[in-house]
Design a protein. Structure first.
Length: 365
């Protein structure tokens, strides 16, 4: 009764002062679920999309996080992680709830951290299945985002949902407008240039040239290739991600090859791209892929059309840069005035607490 009386008193005071009344925040998340919270979240369990969360929530964002899925940040992007820890030391002290991909995710640990909101990627939500109900039983609402789909619609919706639940609709709208404008500009240039007809092969360059890495048939890099107007050779061959047979790649005769690199540890033959990467080492490792049996005869290799892109850049609000980089490879004249490396630097300078120190796109020389 006392709580109700206090709430009524606050509402009456707000009315007397001409202040807006407190109102619930209701969103429809990326699984079509209606989620209502009483106010912007202050204690978040953050599963993924870390940089997007920081960009949208703005200064002080890390102070509103109480737990994270640390393996999918520190484990997947170790040098990026170090940059953020240096900028935000609190990050290194947050409880780790584990990883759904390795079946180490602990809902018990997540609940024990005392969040008032759990934010999950769609793939994490799907992996948890019925176990998500444990959050709800504990009174913790769950919001699902999906940048992995790599579509303009779902990127924009994820951004606006995140902005709403974090009380930052203006920042979210500004980021959505930036992403939409850059994407539509890319699409307009591609449409004006006409279909390239160029066949594109993308490979996760993590394991080294001796072993074939994943390619993408839908979502992630496949979505970016589609947007950029390329003909993805994995389309119809791979549902989401997985390796193509080496013989298939040779027979497909790709005109453009994209090697996605990152900051993987204990992967001495991988293509190193991202934070702390150098042009010289990236080129050296990319050259080992181009030297695979039969690759010297591929149009992409013969014509100098082998490129590297930062794997950590996909499924983020900055991935419009990689779409423009790939489109520039397909339509060099149409994108002659576009500088993707400068655009990624500008994005970090404007929206994130660290700078883009490293190599995020590379052209095999």
């Amino acid at each position: 009764m006392k709580r109700l009386t206090s709430a009524l008193a606050l509402a009456a005071l707000a009315a007397c002062l001409g202040l807006p009344a407190l109102a619930d925040i209701t969103v429809t998340d990326l699984r079509g679920r209606t989620v209502t919270i009483p106010k912007p979240a202050e204690k978040v369990m953050l599963g993924f999309y870390f940089e997007d969360f920081l960009a949208i929530t703005g200064p002080g964002a890390i102070d509103r996080v109480v737990a994270i899925s640390r393996p999918v940040w520190e484990g997947w992007r170790p040098f990026q992680w170090k940059e953020y820890v240096a900028a935000m030391p609190r990050l290194d002290t947050l409880p780790d709830v584990g990883d759904t991909e390795t079946s180490t995710f602990s809902i018990e640990k997540a609940i024990a951290a005392g969040p008032d909101l759990a934010i999950l990627a769609a793939w994490q939500y799907d992996a948890l299945g019925e176990n998500v109900r444990q959050f709800e039983a504990a009174g913790i609402p769950v919001v699902v985002l999906d940048y992995n789909a790599q579509t303009l619609e779902r990127h924009l919706l994820s951004t606006r949902v995140l902005g709403a639940v974090m009380g930052q609709p203006e920042r979210a709208e500004a980021l959505a407008a930036l992403y939409e404008a850059k994407t539509l500009d890319t699409l307009a240039r591609v449409a004006k240039a006409g279909p390239s007809g160029k066949r594109v092969y993308v490979e996760l360059a993590q394991k080294g040239p001796a072993e074939v890495g994943n390619t993408y048939g839908n979502g992630m890099w496949a979505g970016i290739i589609d947007m950029a107007g390329g003909a993805n050779i994995a389309k119809g061959q791979i549902e989401n991600w997985g390796p193509l047979a080496p013989e298939f790649v040779l027979a497909a005769q790709p005109d453009v090859i994209l090697l996605t690199g990152s900051e993987w540890l204990n992967r001495p033959a991988s293509v190193p791209l991202g934070f702390g990467a150098t042009e010289s080492l990236a080129n050296e490792r990319m050259a080992t892929y181009a030297a695979r049996p039969g690759w010297a005869d591929l149009p992409a290799v013969k014509n100098g059309q082998v490129y590297g892109v930062y794997h950590g850049g996909t499924r983020t609000l900055s991935d419009f840069v990689y779409g423009r980089y790939i489109a520039k490879a397909l339509y060099p004249e149409a994108f002659a005035d576009v500088d993707p490396a400068a655009e990624i630097a500008a994005y970090y300078a404007e929206w994130l607490p660290i700078s883009a120190a490293g190599v995020f796109v590379a052209h095999l020389q």
